[in-house]
Design a protein around this ligand. Structure first.
Ligand SMILES: [Zn+2]
Length: 135
């Protein structure tokens, strides 16, 4: 009789996730997004909006925008005359980010976008009174 060794259990959480760049898409609804464009309100920052769910996205391909991305994101979500600095995450808006390569216009959901120096795309979306996406 053939003797089999103990079967190794594979823990899916321990398999290293491979880098898998994908065409840039929205961090919330996963629909493809166009390249971000310059916006005269924010000097050199490139921004865009998801035509599907209305989320705003902000190009941070240097990975160094940090607090500036928040200011731009909240200003965009609040809209003209909105109280950007009084918006509360999870109540008035939600935010996420993905690793982003601006030259290829690709995102990589498996890469840690929070690591220092990683190019990233920030996403901001307004929530309505029930904390659901407003669009
Ligand atoms: Zn979207």
């Amino acid at each position: 009789m053939l003797k089999l060794g103990p079967r190794k259990k594979i823990d899916p959480n321990k398999i290293p996730k491979r880098s898998q760049p994908q065409p840039a898409h929205c961090g919330f609804c996963q629909k493809k997004i166009p390249r971000p464009k310059p916006d005269c309100r924010f000097s050199s920052t490139l921004v865009g909006t998801c035509s599907h769910c209305g989320a705003w996205f902000i190009d941070d391909s240097t990975g160094k925008l940090g607090g500036e991305a928040w200011v731009v994101g909240l200003t965009l979500v609040a809209g003209p005359g909105g109280q950007a600095m009084q918006m509360r995450e999870g109540i008035d808006f939600e935010q996420c980010m993905l690793a982003y390569d601006s030259r290829r216009h690709e995102v990589d959901p498996h890469r840690d976008a929070k690591r220092y120096g990683v190019g990233r795309m920030w996403y901001f979306r307004a929530l309505d009174a029930n904390h659901a996406p407003a669009v």
